[in-house]
Design a protein around this ligand. Structure first.
Ligand SMILES: Cc1cc2nc3c(=O)[nH]c(=O)nc-3n(C[C@H](O)[C@H](O)[C@H](O)COP(=O)(O)OP(=O)(O)OC[C@H]3O[C@@H](n4cnc5c(N)ncnc54)[C@H](O)[C@@H]3O)c2cc1C
Length: 294
């Protein structure tokens, strides 16, 4: 059985850098070790939280009463095949993209500025520039305490920043279909997309990516919150990014409570000014749902 650590800090496992301790942490390196860890959680009556790069997670200050899983070893490996990639659930987008580019395989460029993993990408159906994981995914190996099975995008119900996967469903492997593209063209597209990102979003700050999903209609969540005058608004150590109002930065020792307070205020203002109820994109762990708007 893979070793179980006690009290690992979620602040160290998330890009925003806030959050209390995990009840337990395991780092399975193979599907067999993953099955063991899931069996252990079930036997102990513990919930399971799989953490990729923690780039879309806000964890409560009191921590998370669950077995946190960080996939490693062969569950983070990337294999290039004729038609695309087979990536471990914990393979980072950056590594997937580089391996694909070197093999002359294009299609993952959209993920160049998404600091997550293949597994987190599928669970969130992460995307940018009009494409997302559902465009490249052929199938994913989902492991639970009961067994393992390959599932298709249809089975996963992928939609805008949504999949039907639940707690205890672990994406151990991802198979994606890519097309032939010269590495120089891939490099050029990536350079252009990264430059766009740097111009519009806080890429060198501690954040968890977009706070809210974009509501239906023309005005995105960021623009709405900017029009509400919230850029630079602070609660404690957390601040609405002065560069893009749909990001919260850990400006100076932020707590999870600071981030939640900003989200509550942002939703209140968006409702007041635009009549829109913003829905969070960031995944909450060890936190209650945001209070309903009056
Ligand atoms: C600067 C910045 C920019 C970003 N830009 C974008 C963007 O353009 N588009 C976009 O869609 N997102 C964006 N994000 C958000 C985030 O990077 C994506 O949602 C990413 O796909 C999350 O991957 P992760 O591995 O970090 O997942 P985590 O944040 O670790 O987890 C997210 C969810 O996925 C689950 N999960 C993670 N791995 C697995 C697994 N192997 N099996 C089962 N469940 C798993 C977690 O339990 C959690 O529910 C951005 C974030 C940052 C910080």
């Amino acid at each position: 059985m893979t070793a179980v650590e006690q009290g690992a800090s979620l602040a160290k496992l998330t890009t925003i850098g806030v959050g209390g301790p995990a009840r337990a942490l395991a780092r399975p390196r193979s599907v067999a070790e993953l099955r063991e860890a899931l069996g252990f959680a079930r036997a102990e009556g513990l919930g399971v939280l799989t953490v990729g790069l923690g780039s879309n997670l806000l964890a409560g200050d009191a921590g998370v009463d669950a077995l946190v899983l960080r996939l490693e070893g062969e569950l983070a490996a990337v294999e290039v095949v004729e038609t695309g990639l087979i990536a471990g659930g914990a393979a980072t987008n950056a590594v997937c993209l580089h391996r694909a580019r070197d093999a002359g395989l294009g299609g993952l460029e959209f993920a160049c500025a998404i600091p997550g993993t293949a597994g987190g990408g599928v669970v969130m159906n992460a995307g940018a520039y009009g494409r997302d994981w559902s465009d490249v995914l052929v199938r994913a190996l989902v492991v639970t305490a009961d067994g393992e099975k390959w599932v298709t995008p249809d089975d996963l119900g992928l939609a805008y920043r949504h999949s039907a996967l639940g707690e205890g469903d672990v994406v151990a492997r991802v198979e994606c279909r890519l097309g032939r593209r010269p590495p120089a063209d891939i490099r050029a597209t990536v350079a252009e997309l990264i430059a766009q990102r740097k111009a519009t979003q806080p890429t060198n700050k501690r954040t968890f990516g977009s706070v809210f999903k974009n509501p239906a209609g023309e005005t995105g969540a960021g623009r709405m919150l900017e029009l509400c005058g919230l850029k630079g608004h602070r609660v404690g150590g957390a601040m609405i990014s002065p560069k893009h109002a749909n990001f919260i930065e850990n400006a100076d020792g932020a707590t999870s409570a600071d981030c939640v307070a900003l989200m509550v205020e942002a939703r209140r203002r968006a409702r007041e000014e635009f009549g829109v109820v913003l829905e969070r994109e960031v995944v909450f762990v060890g936190l209650p749902e945001l209070p309903p708007l009056e």
